[in-house]
Design a protein around this ligand. Sequence first.
Ligand SMILES: [Ca+2]
Ligand SMILES: [Ca+2]
Length: 190
Amino acid sequence: MGGSASQLPRDLLGEYQELTFLSKQEILLAHKRFSELLSKEERESILQKRVPKSQILTLPELRANPFRDRICRVFSTSEDGDGSMSFEDFLDMLSVFSDSATSEIKSHYAFRIFDFDDDGTLDRKDLEKLVNCLTGEGDETRLSESEMDQLIQNILEESDIDKDGTINLSEFQHVISRSPDFASSFKIVL
Ligand SMILES: [Ca+2]
Ligand SMILES: [Ca+2]
């Protein structure tokens, strides 16, 4: 690493510590990793720059995540909907996926990530995509149509308390609260 990378100003570091679940060390590491995604010239003004989604997805911690596209989409504040991230978007993402984030925050964002069409509720189509993300694209692991129907039926029976055929945020959080492993699995650590 050359010495030309810009430093994070002290007052901003303090502000980010207050606004996120991240420690000082985690913020500094995030700053380093984010600046490595920028060219030398861009590093001079890191806080004004956005990194394209394709670059963000080169991070091994995200590349391995089946929900990587949705994660970029949910945390990106880009008005073009292109999933590009500013440094603050990047910090928000790491904050939610950190060990210190509450499981309420985590489940709130998990819901948004799984809500593929961003309409505020998980319907059969969202659940189908969710299951496909988890099983992978391969023909061998993919569920047959009847297996998929059965699985979605089971998921809805478990979670759709008001029986309207979809899972809303509070129904989702209710299910998540019964699964103790969720918070520890919803994690990205640089
Ligand atoms: Ca939806
Ligand atoms: Ca419902």
